[in-house]
Design a binder for this molecule. Structure first.
Ligand code: ADP
Ligand code: TRP
Length: 324
């Protein structure tokens, strides 16, 4: 099966991104033909500092590769290294009714937050449809928040097929694979961990800083000697994701028994996160020190992606009467 997904380079990746998405992308690369890309065209709708954008793209690429995306197994690339994407987006946008985009929740949310109503933001789902259709993807693993964009992708593909693909469909209809939300990773303030809330622990953040952040996680003010409830505690919710069942059961018993301060469990949490990512940190360090190798991986990924992209784009151009 051909799997495809993209991740926006709008800041350093955090442990919510890892447990909610990246870990699953990595697992899927083994039995599938996987395409994963850094969605920098999409990030243009929010990142307006060119130096920052370039740095974020490099950082996300480094993060993905260090965490185990294997460029020998998966096609790992940067979206804008495949400019065919924007040409296909234009072909698609020409058959996309305004009403479909007007009802998009993510667009409406952003406008409600006071973000300027720019055309790129409005047309964001069409660009996403181009990303997906350009590679004949079968399955697109994404978080629940992307479900509507996947529905639009299918609608746009069907619309294009019905206008131009009378004899033979031009695009394959992709299926969304909504990633299990069992692990909604809480942030430092107890809300969902998210860049936009500024409550994240980054995967490759300095260990000292991870310790500091764990100390800041919001807890209730139950005194040390009193029993505590692990099930309503963000520190425990995070700890459970990084230690084995036996250890998490032991900590739950310590919460309930009383006599344990939140400082103890926060210390253990920081150590567990640091240990968990330690091997990846080493890989990242050596890859970051070898920019030539990173550039070569990026170039090779783009070349492989473009090979597929050119074939599909040509099919779409022919279907709608472009070219001689
Ligand atoms: P952010 O909210 O930090 O901007 P994104 O929306 O870019 O994160 O998320 C990228 C992927 O990471 C999505 O597929 C999403 O499902 C996953 N993800 C993000 N935050 C969390 C979280 N706190 N818990 C679980 N998964 C998450
Ligand atoms: N919109 C997605 C997000 O914000 C990122 C993305 C861009 C994507 N293009 C995609 C995801 C194609 C899956 C397929 O998370």
């Amino acid at each position: 099966m051909r799997i495809l997904s993209g991740i926006q380079p709008s800041g350093a990746l955090h442990i919510g991104n890892y447990l909610g998405a990246i870990q699953q992308y990595i697992a899927l690369q083994h039995d599938n033909e996987a395409y994963y890309f850094v969605a920098d065209y999409h990030a243009l709708t929010s990142v307006r500092d060119p130096e920052k954008l370039r740095a974020y793209v490099r950082d996300v690429l480094l993060d993905l590769l260090s965490l185990g995306l294997d460029p020998e197994k998966a096609t790992v690339f940067v979206q804008s290294d495949v400019p065919e994407t924007v040409e296909l987006a234009w072909l698609l946008t020409s058959v996309t009714p305004m009403g479909w985009l007007e009802k998009c929740v993510s667009y409406k949310d952003k406008i409600a937050q006071g973000i300027p109503a720019e055309h790129g933001l409005f047309a964001y789902p069409v660009l996403q449809a181009a990303d997906i259709l350009l590679y004949d993807a079968d399955v697109v693993p994404v978080g629940q928040d992307q479900k509507q964009h996947l529905e639009i992708t299918r609608d746009v593909a069907e619309r294009f097929n019905s206008v131009y693909g009378k004899n033979e469909p031009v695009f394959k209809l992709p299926d969304a694979k909504i990633l299990p939300t069992v692990a909604v990773v809480p942030g430092l303030d107890g809300r969902k961990m998210s860049k936009s809330y500024g409550n994240t622990i980054e995967i490759f953040e300095d260990p000292k800083s991870i310790e500091k952040k764990c100390k800041r996680i919001v807890t209730d003010s139950t005194p040390v000697e009193e029993p505590k409830n692990p099930d309503t505690c963000s520190v425990y919710a995070l700890l459970k994701l990084f230690v084995d069942e036996q250890e998490s059961a032991d900590w739950a018993a310590r919460y309930r028994a009383g006599g344990m301060g939140y400082g103890d469990v926060k210390k253990r949490l920081a150590a567990a996160i640091i240990d968990y990512f330690a091997p990846y940190r080493e890989v990242r360090k050596s890859l970051a020190a070898d920019p030539v190798k990173l550039e070569e991986i990026r170039r090779a990924g783009a070349e492989r992606a473009r090979k597929t992209a050119r074939i599909v784009l040509e099919r779409a151009r022919r279907a709608c009467g472009l070219g001689s």
